[in-house]
Write a protein that binds this ligand. Structure first.
Ligand SMILES: [Zn+2]
Length: 121
């Protein structure tokens, strides 16, 4: 897969992934100059993010938009999509808070998920 976007954005240095595999599909992650923090476009399998964000905002945005994708795949049939923004916001901000307040949690996730990748080889 193409790993490089041809436009230089301030966010490039933060190593935002250009693709996120989510089950059967691959989401394309693209920087944009936009007013919102980000946007998830379900029928295009695409996440757009505002390239002029601080690193913490960027992390929150990628988590937030990824949760929109998961919501569309797995939750929208269970609850009304009119609650989607509230639910996604609560989950993204809650997860972000847990990561920020517990640096060892990120190490735990990284170290142990690595084993799954190693087993797949
Ligand atoms: Zn949202």
């Amino acid at each position: 897969m193409d790993n490089v976007t041809n436009i230089t954005h301030p966010a490039d240095k933060y190593l935002v992934p250009t693709h996120i595999k989510l089950g059967y599909r691959t989401l394309v992650i693209e920087p944009r100059l936009m007013d919102d923090f980000g946007e998830y476009i379900n029928n295009e399998n695409k996440i757009l993010y505002n390239s002029k964000q601080t690193p913490p905002e960027l992390v929150n945005t990628i988590i937030h938009e990824l949760l929109h994708a998961i919501f569309e795949d797995r939750i929208v049939s269970l609850v009304s999509d009119k609650n989607e923004e509230t639910i996604v916001n609560a989950l993204a901000n809650g997860f972000m808070t847990a990561l920020v307040d517990n640096p060892e949690l990120l190490n735990f996730l990284n170290n142990n998920i690595k084993q799954i990748h190693e087993r797949k080889r």
